[in-house]
Write a protein that binds this ligand. Sequence first.
Ligand SMILES: Nc1ncnc2c1ncn2[C@@H]1O[C@H](COP(=O)(O)OP(=O)(O)OP(=O)(O)O)[C@@H](O)[C@H]1O
Length: 277
Amino acid sequence: MPVSDTRATVSCEDLVKVFRSATGETHALRGLGLELEPGALTVVAGPSGSGKSSLLTLLGARDRPSAGRLTVLGSDVGGASTRELRGLRRRRIGFVPQRSSSAVFTHLCAADQLRQVASWRGAARHDPDAALDAVGLGDRARHRPEALSGGEQQRLAVAMALVGRPALVVADEPTAELDHANADRVMDALLAAAAAGSTVVISSHDDRITHRADRLLRLRHGVLSSETAGRRTAAAVIDATGRLQLPPEVLELFPDRRVVVDADGDQVRLRRPEEDR
Ligand SMILES: Nc1ncnc2c1ncn2[C@@H]1O[C@H](COP(=O)(O)OP(=O)(O)OP(=O)(O)O)[C@@H](O)[C@H]1O
């Protein structure tokens, strides 16, 4: 059980989610404890069916727990009125659902979608063109969702979630439909929101995403199975022949001792060959 921290934006204790259907009950979350603080990006990873979406839907105040306590931005999600939760979601929580097409308004062009969210969040000075640029959609401002690809809709949903720097940003697999370059762009935008003080929590299966997290939580059968802290930054030396000796904790990431080197300006990224598409 986590130690309660008054800075926490999200706090849950013994969180349980049970889905009931004609065929029986599914225990998606089985007594989970967690605190999320402002200024950090947390990634929730775990196998399919481990409860990631169920957890993120609750953290985004879009569902209520079956049991346990969940406090989001000072509201008790189990006990709050529907109206209070709706206000909280509109004004203070940016949410990207797993099916991002369900987050966008079909009748508005991309720039107007952002203006609509900005008006809900009281973000009078929001600049939709800059926000679309940040996710690589600068040339799609006048397009409606029907004229956007799945990946473009996903990036639009991320841009909408970030409008007005909400206190909490929750994104369920926000890079699932994206290529490397666009996934990096979306992660840059989410990390910038965390650096500016938002609490950011996302789910992902993707190593390229999890390695950039401030905090990595692994779910298994509806409970947290492990936690890793910190984006890893390590010093290494390049010898006169150009050989780079990696520190042991980084070497562990490359069990086959094969690495792809991406050089982009003054940034160099090492990744496993199987990440190549
Ligand atoms: N609305 C629902 N009704 C019944 N069962 C559900 C419902 N939503 C989720 N479940 C079940 O709860 C469990 C957790 O599902 P959840 O979607 O949270 O997992 P996940 O880790 O996000 O999976 P994935 O990576 O495949 O998206 C699964 O067994 C799933 O079948």
